[in-house]
Design a protein around this ligand. Structure first.
Ligand code: NAD
Length: 389
């Protein structure tokens, strides 16, 4: 067995109704909270109002920054940081999908450090040097795992480049994972975010630095997504399936927090930088068939194990056979969950492909793939993913 370290400082409160505890939890960190969300809309406005009421009932004053942009931009983060500074916030509460939680993390950093959050991105000009404002994360999607990771993903629109801040100070102090908050998520968002959770689990499982602890988390996360995502799409009101997807998301987040992601996430981030209208889960799904075909021969045992989770009848087959079957199995799964498309369907201009390749190589994910690609390999992979039948 390999030797490894595992670190996870986030206290997790999991289960239906856990939002009720938000006042008690947040008030441990101060009396002035910045609540960070997208602009109110029908599905989530009642949740925003309830959270503010619960905070105020616990003696916490609230300022509400409600200008989060999906695939958050550096400008939106700076507006939020300005509000946090003016309000003298003690604690930042990110309530929403990964975009809201990541914006909360970046605000908590920007308000306590010199310069902008963007300067602290991977391979950026600055390093996080001290404590940032405490972060409380409350997800309303089941996909990014951001409630338990030390990562904030952000986009520089001017550079059309999406990168991430990765530093242990970004771990939320506490995560409130209440599946009730995900009940309103429409089917395509459920599929896209659910596939993101699967991709976290799969990529951390085949990652060159995977360890026995992350394997355990990743395998269970994948088992849950395979079992519960398809039926959930047929019945979005299925509370048990929502609960299992929220748990799968959290497990997959715990796994990437101690391991990381591989090639699809590098390419997916590069796609997101060039095409911010593409959902993160879509940017992953679009390259999965090619990624699996390209990588399978270099990770036969683990690919085979995942193929057998989908199709137990492959238990009788050799690893080579099961591993190579995974691409076809995944294609069927993507079709079943409505995530089968090409780059063309996502309105990515062909002229952007070389730029996507360059940006993929500005991030570390490609280098920890079981098979490390060249730029030519990634371009070929994108060309193949352009049109789907
Ligand atoms: P999101 O936060 O961008 O939200 C997508 C849409 O879903 C928004 O319009 C939002 O208003 C809506 N929505 C959210 N919850 C809803 C609900 N309960 N009901 C109805 N609508 C709801 O989506 P996401 O996929 O959760 O987050 C994506 C972002 O997270 C990307 O920027 C991605 O790169 C990042 N990410 C971060 C990490 C990390 O570890 N920090 C990991 C993976 C992805």
């Amino acid at each position: 067995m390999s030797s490894f370290s595992y670190y996870q400082p986030t206290r997790i409160h999991f289960g239906f109704g856990k939002l009720e505890e938000v006042g008690r939890i947040v008030s441990r960190y101060g009396k002035r909270a910045l609540l960070v969300t997208v602009p109110p809309f029908q599905a989530l406005e009642p949740v925003f109002e309830k959270t503010k009421r619960l905070l105020r009932e616990s003696g916490v004053e609230v300022a509400h920054f409600d200008q989060v942009i999906p695939n958050p931009t550096t400008e939106s983060i700076s507006w939020g940081a300005e509000m946090a500074r003016d309000f003298h916030a003690d604690v930042v509460v990110g309530l929403g999908g990964g975009s809201s939680i990541d914006t909360a993390k970046a605000i908590a950093l920007e308000v306590t450090h010199e310069g902008t959050a963007w300067e602290y991105r991977l391979f950026g000009e600055r390093k996080v040097t001290r404590e940032i404002l405490p972060i409380i994360a409350i997800p309303t999607t089941s996909g990014t795992g951001s409630q338990v990771t030390a990562v904030s993903v952000l986009t520089n629109s001017g550079e059309r480049f999406k990168s991430a801040i990765v530093d242990p100070h970004l771990f939320p102090k506490e995560a409130i994972v209440d599946p009730e908050l995900v009940m309103s998520l429409p089917p395509h968002l459920t599929a896209s975010t659910g596939f993101d959770a699967f991709a976290h689990a799969f990529e951390s499982y085949v990652h060159v630095n995977a360890n026995p602890y992350t394997d355990l988390l990743a395998l269970e996360a994948m088992r849950l997504v395979i079992r519960f995502l398809p039926p959930l799409l047929n019945n979005p009101a299925d509370r048990r399936a929502r609960e299992h997807m929220a748990w799968a998301d959290t497990l997959a987040g715990l796994s990437i927090a101690n391991c990381g992601t591989t090639l699809p996430h590098g390419i997916g981030m590069a796609i997101g930088g060039k095409a911010p209208w593409v959902m993160h889960g879509e940017a992953l799904a679009v390259v999965y068939p090619e990624f699996l075909r390209y990588t399978a021969p270099y990770a036969l045992e683990k690919f085979a194990a995942v193929a057998r989770m989908f199709r137990p009848e492959l238990l009788g087959e050799k690893d080579e056979v099961a591993a190579l079957a995974l691409e076809e199995i995944m294609n069927a799964f993507l079709k079943e969950i409505g995530m089968w498309f090409g780059l063309e369907d996502l309105r990515i201009p062909r002229e952007d492909l070389p730029g996507i390749v360059e940006d993929t190589f500005k991030l570390p994910d490609y280098s920890v793939n079981p098979r490390v690609p060249t730029k030519e390999d990634v371009l070929a992979l994108l060309e193949s993913a352009y049109s789907r039948k």
